[in-house]
Write a protein that binds this ligand. Sequence first.
Ligand SMILES: Cc1cc2nc3c(=O)[nH]c(=O)nc-3n(C[C@H](O)[C@H](O)[C@H](O)COP(=O)(O)OP(=O)(O)OC[C@H]3O[C@@H](n4cnc5c(N)ncnc54)[C@H](O)[C@@H]3O)c2cc1C
Length: 662
Amino acid sequence: MDTYSAKILGTDIAIYCFNTVIVGSGAAGLNAADQLYMHGQRDIALVTEGLHMGTSFNTGSDKQTYYKLTTAGAMADSPWDMAKDLYAGGSMDGDLALVEAALSARCFYRLVELGVPFPHNRYGEYVGYKTDHDPRQRATSAGPLTSRYMTERLLAQVQSKSIHIFDGYQIIGILTDSAHTRAIGLLALNLKGIENPKTRYVAFNCTNTIYATGGPAGIYAASVYPESQTGATGLALEAGVKGKNLTEWQYGIASLKFRWNLSGTYQQVLPRYISIDSAGNEHEFLNDYFQSPGQMLDAIFLKGYQWPFDPRKTANQGSSLIDLLIYQETALRGRRVFLDYARNPSLTSKHGQLDFALLSPESVEYLKQSGALYGTPIERLVSMNQPAVELYRNHGIDLAKEYIEVAVSAQHNNGGLAGNLWWESNLAHFFPVGEANGTHGIYRPGGSALNSGQVGSLRAAQFIAIRYRDEPLSVDSFVSQAQTQIQEKTDLGQQFIANITGKANVDEIRQNLGRRMTTAGAHIRSLTAVKAAATAAWRELESLPQTTRLGTVRDLPIAFANRDLLICQYMYLSAMADYIKRGGGSRGSYVIHDPEGLLPHPDLPDIFRFRPDHAHLSECIQEVSFAQGRCHFHWRKTRPLPDEEQWFETVWKAYRDSEMIQ
Ligand SMILES: Cc1cc2nc3c(=O)[nH]c(=O)nc-3n(C[C@H](O)[C@H](O)[C@H](O)COP(=O)(O)OP(=O)(O)OC[C@H]3O[C@@H](n4cnc5c(N)ncnc54)[C@H](O)[C@@H]3O)c2cc1C
């Protein structure tokens, strides 16, 4: 590492020079650092706003899943078969699907070697189970905290190799060469030195950037991402990196006070759904929309393993009708929605006891097998999954006494920044990996996000270690190319700081922008609403330097993050508008309103009329780039699954000549 200090148009900046800087300390970023080191590139640093921030370290679910090639039993599997299943999700490139499949076993066994406790049987087989959109049994899990274990084990590797870690540095700009075609470095706020103008800003002069900043969670108010995850996708889009499939997300029911997916047993124990209006009246709002109490119970039960909202499951009393009804209660009726585990749904019980005869035979059998054919929802949950109760207790919530406020929340971005076969973006030397990179399309098997993060970070490391070994630019050349970009950001910082009034509004700005996205750009979308929201986001972005008020200089990081989120939100909403204008229908995890469309339930208002999907865009990918304040869209066909003849000697020769990595 070489360090310099420079004065850029009056601002003191420390400049650190490396071959590669990795941004983000989630499972993807840590793996990138570890892999680069193992592939021989040691001139590297990992930069993070917080070592214990982000999704991987702070999230989990009932049984957090890792998707990989089948490694047990007699069921045949191959990279090609797995790639076909990934590709079948729609709007996914076939070559990326094959890479994710081919490297899944290697990445998985690396985690096993590091000590992530994935369970195996006495013969050493890593027995799997079936997850959503998975025709085999490729899924495995180390329990509710799989991604936490991955992060901890990978961090231990990074620390044991003494890789430089800049902890407490928030990236606020991606620096490019004068032609804006290549990344040359990064600008960061030094969060620990923010009060002193001499230590506030830091620049990284690096040949390569691996960008592992996770999903842009902060654009949504209703979110099951951990609160510490904001994302930094907007900065990359601003620098000219292309976005891909920005329309594609996953949403589902989650608790708000403590952010957690209410999937699996939390639904299978059949809680009571209620909404509360402004006068404090309770409504068991599902009652009016299910033909019979039994059908309502079955839909709640199914929500357990049909957790993500899916338009195909809204009609015919399907489980996703519940997500629509929650939207109706919250967004349209201004009520708050809760789950009550202390009582059974009233229509389905006599003297407080649930009438199990109302349930389908499969649901009854499941509860019977689980020893839970009795009592109240909380009693069933204690019997079926005591740790699920403890989890909430550890966060100060007693499910036996407290109503749990819920919302249909953003959980994962299938789309994101675009990369090639080595995860390099159109901005040369800039590699988005992990959730920041949108390799997935419309549907994806549960658990494939964690696999994709490991595979993508390995690929970027392999490529950099062989092809991009150059020293960073000379400091003079770096400064001359980056100084205008740095100055724009430091000037903006000065504008924010000039508005220190003692009473900050940065959190209010964050909440407002989040609410806008949750209302217009989540699981219920319409052309009018997304267009209006995109316009509002753009206006707010333009006036942000004037409208932002800081309490102290310590609010500066939030002000910069709000700017990133507004750019991001504007582009995501514009992508949604473009998709709808092209005739795109309801798919993945959202519905598109259409006055001529179908109503999934006759008693719902017309706002729920939605356009069916004719799948005419599922073999296409929408790409978007940002230039001169405008979004430019480009639609292309997905790249097919590679169908090349494989002959060992030919591959071996090409491998020996390093022809594989290019
Ligand atoms: C509730 C929930 C359940 C999930 N369950 C599953 C599952 O079962 N299976 C599965 O495959 N996936 C699951 N996912 C998705 C998966 O957990 C994530 O996609 C994955 O953990 C993301 O890892 P990552 O390394 O890309 O990003 P993250 O882990 O989010 O890390 C991002 C890092 O970048 C840092 N960062 C961000 N911006 C900046 C900046 N400006 N400057 C410096 N640092 C920055 C963050 O602080 C953090 O360290 C789930 C997600 C959620 C929310």
